[in-house]
Structure formats: C-alpha cells, structure tokens
Write a protein that binds this ligand. Structure first.
Ligand code: ATP
Length: 215
C-alpha cells in the first residue's frame, strides 16, 4: 500500500464523512469545489489528495459519489471489520465499550484488558480480561490496533507491551505524549487539551467579540 502522511489520511476521512452526508441528501455526483467547501479546504487540495491515490474526476461531471466512497473505504481499510482491543476499562474505557457507533464505521472493540481484577468479566457483551491474557489474545486473534484508556503513568509501559505483542496502531487517550518503539503509529486524543484550547477561544471571544482566528 502507498504510504501517505497523516494529514492526507485525516482529510480522506473528512471527505468520506462529507460524501456520506451528500449521498444521504440524494446527491449522486459531486464537484471538487462542493466537497472542498464542505470540508474547509481548497478544491485544488481535494484534487491533489485524490490524485495521490489515482482517483480522477471528470471535468464536466465531477466525481461519482458511490464509486468515490467505495474507493475511500478501501483506502481507509473500512471494507472489512477492524477488530481493536481496549486497555483500561475505567470510566472512559467503559464509555468507549458502550459507544456502539464505532461499529457503524467498521470498527469493533472485541475485548478489553485491565490490571484490576474487579473490572474483569463481561461488560456490554465485551469481555474484560486480565492483562496476562493480552499477548495470547493479540496473537490468536491477529489484532493490530489498540485503544489506550489507562492513567498516564501506566500508558508508556502498556504501549511498550503492546508494540512488543505486534500492535501496529494505538489510539491513546492518556494525557501524555508517548513514544513508540519500532513500527507502531500512535495517535493522541487529549480531551483536556482540546477543552483548554476551546475555553481559551471562548474567553477571548467574550472579551473581544472575535476568536482572533481570522474567521
Ligand atoms: P475507575 O475509577 O473505575 O478505575 P478511572 O477511569 O477513574 O476509573 P483510571 O485511574 O483513569 O480510572 O484508570 C483507568 C483504568 O485503567 C482503570 O480501570 C484501571 O484499573 C486501569 N489500569 C490502571 N493501570 C493499568 C495498567 N497498568 N494496565 C491496565 N489497566 C490499567
């Protein structure tokens, strides 16, 4: 598979979401300008991103939405169910287990692992297992992706353990920057940081009537 940078891939996900919305509104074809506007990029950016994957529109007709979605799902690995594990079944982890909308997007949490025996057992039909079972589970089930919802102090050692078990991608919710050894991609979701950033702009807007972002 062609290796592309994260920004391109994250734009592809945004194009896909926008295309799903256009399709549900009954659109069959779309021009790059409309898609660009829906996603907040330029139309030349859209065309450039698509051409990296050999997707070319038709000057007069634009892009056929169903074919484009099919191709984007293929590129993003959405045509087959992605099975992921979760480490840390505390408050945040449990909320992620309960959140069934991932499945609509082709992602399923198949098991969770926790150090605390009190958390073990089934939760919302998903087994919460001891950490000692993790390596075997990953190997037997061929799991490549994990979600990390452990406290920050535990995050790096767990990431190291996951990478040594062959995990290739981690979505980290612990509010700490992690370093992965070898070939593993770590994406960070820092809810505290996002909120802090948002609150700054809300306060700035209240003071000046402007976000200062130029929009
Ligand atoms: P709770 O109060 O239910 O534990 P919490 O979300 O406030 O929830 P945290 O301290 O953030 O708890 O821990 C999140 C989860 O991560 C907990 O279930 C905890 O048992 C688990 N955990 C902590 N350390 C590890 C570890 N090293 N490996 C796996 N799970 C861990």
């Amino acid at each position: 598979m062609v290796r592309k940078n994260r920004k391109v891939i994250s734009r592809l996900s945004r194009y896909k979401n926008a295309l799903n919305r256009f399709q549900s509104l009954g659109f069959v074809k779309i021009f790059s300008d409309y898609l660009a506007e829906a996603v907040g990029v330029t139309s030349s950016q859209v065309r450039k991103d698509f051409s990296l994957f050999g997707i070319h529109g038709n000057k007069r007709g634009g892009y056929q939405i169903d074919a484009l979605l099919e191709r984007l799902n293929e590129i993003l690995g959405k045509n087959e169910l992605q099975r992921v594990i979760l480490v840390g079944a505390g408050n945040l982890g449990s909320a992620l287990i309960k959140y069934k909308n991932f499945e609509k997007d082709g992602v399923k949490i198949v098991a969770a692992f926790d150090i605390d025996p009190a958390k073990h057992g089934d939760r919302d039909s998903i087994p919460v297992l001891p950490l000692d079972d993790m390596q075997r589970f990953i190997a037997e089930q061929g799991i490549k992706t994990a979600i990390l919802a452990v406290p920050d102090v535990a995050a790096q050692p767990i990431l190291d353990r996951l990478t040594s078990c062959g995990i290739k991608g981690v979505l980290n919710f612990a509010p700490i920057q992690l370093k992965a050894e070898g070939r593993c991609v770590v994406n960070h979701v820092n809810l505290e940081l996002e909120l802090e950033n948002l609150i700054y702009f809300v306060n700035a807007m209240e003071k000046t009537g402007d976000t200062g972002l130029g929009n």
